[in-house]
Design a protein around this ligand. Structure first.
Ligand code: OOB
Length: 543
């Protein structure tokens, strides 16, 4: 099923597309084509290292060949151009083989995170009409094969479950690759969709973000230039590889583009990561602020030699200036802040910014064609230096979510600016400082929670009359979640743990389970009788 942007997802008007091509931003490349070209140019360089449990490496040639064989196998099983495949793999070599094979044939990976559970995955499969779902056997003590069985029962359209490792009752991924009988059919066009990424979300169900080869590869090339990624870069993929930040800012895709080496980190804690930094001579990585804090604190006492580290990118949530100031001296490397979003726009501080700018701002956009507006509640531009809502439009920012016309009408202006929901201030140098958030979202150390999604789950509890989920400040994670619950009159009293268990048992990612639960008799109301989250948030500050 061939999909073109504009049919299932809004796309750039022709005059914008023409402008971005003329400017050289969109170069007509595809991810599959880039891998082919790099494999031809330097077949024997190491593209990928998966250090655990036993060290495995992929040269560019091997990765290219594996992608071809797996692509041929997917095609032989009837998976082809435009088909959606939900990929839920942790940081293992198979993740790369699978997504590069899908890119090559123009099937669209739908990037689930390892933490997602039945509710989320079943939704991704049904909403995208996925034909296949790829899982590990077990990961972090959780059996993904059992999850896949339940997802399959709920999603009749799902034709295949492929398991990396011991397959249980499903199809082993290792049986899929086959010799391509001849040349593979033509891959996707550069203007076509490459994948669907998940949005952090503010609504009851996550929105899906359609990215094209042209637009995504532009953001990757721009990121490489800013971060100085080259063939000598050895990048540690510390965060889940399926997330936009470690994928493209500059991430493993940037490294692949430049012919460098990505090293997969099974978990990002210093005890696992530091020995890898030493052994694999890591030069660059990307971390969310809580991890950056942990790394900063652990660096002093470590016996590991971290001196190869040149650059650590920190983003995904607000990084305090105080914490940022401590990173460079502790880790002996440069810091770059990154403020990005899977919808597109990515801002970086620059290597030649003065130290104060690096610790106190979240950077400036990649592209001269990233249009930035800072507006007040009425949508009027605020004077320079003032705070307001960040709106953006540009060569790698989507014009709408996948199959979500009603939501798109709210999330984008009529002239195509994305309403990020972030509150920012712009400095005279064009750097953005994130000052807060207007969207109803919790940013739990970089992991985004849509309160509405969790409220809907808690509301299904027979003893619950009403619920409101808000953020509460946390010294380590930045924010945690707090569910204020009103019980039904006459209902059995509940313990906080029972509410948490109820959410967990519904099958959602563990990071979405409310950290705190508090029972109240009523919610504060706004003038128009709606629940005042603003007031709830300020009472949450008392925690
Ligand atoms: C990254 O992407 P998402 O899609 O998970 O989340 C985007 C949202 C932004 O709208 C903003 O609210 C928040 O995450 N955010 C930050 C931030 N970086 C992201 N808030 C404050 N300071 C920062 N440095 O999180 C993402 C995508 C690409 C690169 C980096 C992060």
């Amino acid at each position: 099923m061939t999909l073109t942007p504009g049919v299932d997802a809004p796309t750039w008007p022709a005059e914008f597309a023409a402008r971005y091509r003329a400017a050289g931003h969109w170069r007509g490349e595809t991810v599959g084509g880039v891998l082919r070209a790099r494999a031809a140019a330097h077949p024997d360089r190491i593209a990928l290292v998966d250090p655990a449990p036993e060290r495995r490496t992929w040269t560019y040639r091997r990765l290219d060949e594996r992608a071809d064989r797996l692509a041929a196998g997917f095609l032989a099983r009837g998976i082809g151009r435009g088909d959606r495949v939900v990929v839920q793999l942790p940081n293992v070599g198979e993740f790369f083989e699978v997504v590069l094979a899908l890119f090559r044939i123009g099937a669209l990976p739908v990037f689930a995170l390892p933490a997602h559970r039945e509710t989320e995955v079943a939704y991704f499969c049904s909403f995208t009409e996925a034909v296949a779902y790829v899982v590990p056997d077990t990961h972090a003590g959780f059996d993904h094969r059992e999850l896949a069985t339940r997802v399959r029962e709920r999603t009749p359209g799902l034709r295949h479950v492929f398991v990396a490792g011991d397959p249980g009752g499903h199809t082993p991924l290792s049986e899929v690759p086959c010799d391509p009988a001849g040349p593979l059919p033509d891959g996707p066009e550069p203007h076509e969709l490459a994948f669907l990424q998940l949005s952090g979300g503010t609504t009851g169900v996550p929105k899906l973000i359609p990215r094209t080869h042209d637009d995504y590869l532009y953001s990757v090339r721009g990121s490489n230039e800013i971060c100085g990624v080259d063939a000598g870069t050895r990048f540690l993929v510390a965060l889940p590889a399926a997330h936009n930040f470690p994928m493209s800012s500059p991430g493993w895709l940037g490294v692949l583009y430049a012919g460098g080496t990505s090293v997969l980190c099974p978990t990002p804690d210093p005890a696992t990561a530091f020995p890898l930094v030493e052994r694999e001579r890591i030069t660059m990585t990307g971390l969310v602020p809580p991890l950056a804090l942990l790394w900063t604190e652990a660096a002093a006492g470590t016996p590991c030699d971290l001196s190869g580290l040149e650059l650590v990118l920190v983003g995904g949530a607000k990084y305090s200036a105080e914490a940022a100031r401590r990173l460079e001296p502790a880790l002996g490397c440069r810091l770059m802040q990154v403020f990005g979003m899977a919808e597109g726009l990515v801002n970086y501080t620059r290597l030649d910014d003065d130290p104060e700018t690096v610790v106190t701002t979240q950077g400036r956009p990649i592209s001269p064609d990233d249009e930035i507006r800072v507006v007040d509640d009425a949508g009027q531009d605020v004077p320079d230096g003032g705070s307001g809502h960040l709106l953006t439009r540009g060569p790698y920012t989507i014009r709408g979510y996948w199959r979500a016309p009603e939501h798109n009408a709210r999330a984008f202006t009529e002239d195509g600016f994305y309403r990020t929901g972030d509150l920012v201030r712009r400095t005279p140098t064009g750097h953005l400082v994130v000052e807060g958030r207007a969207k109803d979202q919790i940013n739990r150390g970089g992991e985004k929670i849509a309160p509405e999604e969790i409220e809907n789950i808690v509301l299904a509890h027979p003893s619950v009359h009403d619920v409101s989920v808000v953020a509460v400040a946390d010294a380590y994670l930045g924010e945690r979640s707090l569910a204020y619950v009103i019980l039904r009159r006459g209902a059995e009293p509940l313990k906080p743990a029972a509410v948490k268990r109820f959410v967990r048992e519904r099958g959602v990612a563990a990071y979405k389970v409310p950290d705190l639960v508090e029972f109240v008799d009523a919610f504060p109301q706004t003038g128009v009788g709606k629940v005042s989250k603003k007031q709830l948030r300020s009472s949450a500050e008392q925690h």
